[in-house]
Design a binder for this molecule. Structure first.
Ligand SMILES: CC(C)(COP(=O)(O)OP(=O)(O)OC[C@H]1O[C@@H](n2cnc3c(N)ncnc32)[C@H](O)[C@@H]1OP(=O)(O)O)[C@@H](O)C(=O)NCCC(=O)NCCS
Length: 163
């Protein structure tokens, strides 16, 4: 495994500099996690809008991993509030370019997001991941995440005649 060059840095996401690259990442993120889903123009336009909003929000944290000016990774976290938990951190998105995987760079991005959560008084971080995305599940397990709830799905198919 190649060592991580010292020129690899984590910086806050800036739409003006990083938007195009981060949008490109979403093809793989969404198509891998939602088998059958096709990322299209409308999805990307909506995602871009959400990124711009998040960039200005104090309860969202977005960073890129840069190497000599090139964006090679991305992480998006948020501070959330639920009916049972007034303050919980949530990892929305994490990505590392294929040619730089296997060097624990995603772990560095996760640590950045979790440190930001701690600084905001959050004691717990949560995330959703698709069961078939073994690499991501492995990453999260290495980072200390464990299954706390199951999200169960059922394919309803066609409506049965006579109902
Ligand atoms: C998930 C993802 C972010 C992981 O990125 P990564 O930087 O390669 O993550 P890591 O390096 O921590 O781990 C990847 C693998 O490299 C291995 N690895 C990590 N550091 C290593 C090191 N120093 N030496 C050897 N192997 C190492 C890990 O054991 C892991 O192996 P596994 O997949 O067999 O479990 C990346 O695969 C990705 O961007 N995927 C597409 C987007 C996606 O699905 N994101 C998650 C959305 S829920």
């Amino acid at each position: 495994v190649a060592t991580v060059p010292e020129t690899t840095v984590i910086r806050p996401f800036r739409s003006r500099e990083h938007m195009t690259r981060v949008l490109q990442f979403q093809y793989e993120v969404y198509q891998r996690n939602f088998p059958g889903f096709v990322v299209g123009r409308a999805f990307l336009a909506d995602y871009e809008r959400q990124l711009r909003q998040a960039e200005r929000s104090p309860v969202e944290g977005l960073w890129v991993l840069e190497e000599q000016g090139a964006v090679i990774g991305f992480v998006w976290a948020a501070l959330m509030s639920t009916m049972v938990d007034p303050k919980v951190g949530y990892i929305k998105n994490v990505y590392v370019v294929p040619e730089r995987r296997g060097q624990a760079l995603a772990e560095r991005l996760m640590e950045q997001a979790e440190q930001w959560m701690r600084e905001h008084g959050v004691e717990r971080s949560a995330l959703d991941v698709t069961v078939s995305n073994r690499t991501a599940v492995g990453l999260y397990e290495r980072c200390g995440y464990h299954v706390q709830r199951y999200r169960m799905e059922k394919d309803l198919g066609e409506k049965e005649p006579g109902l």
